[in-house]
Design a protein around this ligand. Sequence first.
Ligand code: CUA
Length: 191
Amino acid sequence: MAEISGTAKLPPSGDKHEEASERLWVIFVTATMVLLIAVVVFTSVHYGFHPPSQVETIDSTSLHKGGEFSEANLGTVIAPDGSAVVRVVAQQYAFIPNCLVVPAGKPVTIRLASADVVHGFIVQGTNVNAMVVPGYVTTVRTTFQDPGEHLMPCHEFCGIGHQAMWAHVRVVEASRFPTDADKQKAVSCAS
Ligand code: CUA
């Protein structure tokens, strides 16, 4: 409180009990902060989290008119070294394609663009988890070790149909992909 009259006095100093209790709180709060930071650092390193570092812009309003995210390019393309690039469009309320097919044990780069609002995607059972913001290309690199099927739901609320927006990722043996360079058509589960 502001002092006006000048007659009020500070509480008697040297109240040992209050000082001790204040010190305990300082220690407790500092320890809590250190613990939380340690948890963030540990989980980031342990699960291989990383912030989206690539800021690559794109015109979200004209994805369908051509370019990298035109319809014929959506899906998986295998490079000569066996690695894969998967291009996906996220829009209300679906991922296109809605089933991604990727090779097991090979580096996979997933590139997503939103055609409308902010979406997110997580590949369950992996550390793949990112937002898809209109105007930017989201790039995630990973390797799926074992063949199998993963759900890939949208995890950013994107409108009334959000809960119905999901895809899946089918991991198959790398040998099942065509390797001849002339067959460079983007594929998804259906093709
Ligand atoms: Cu897209 Cu939620």
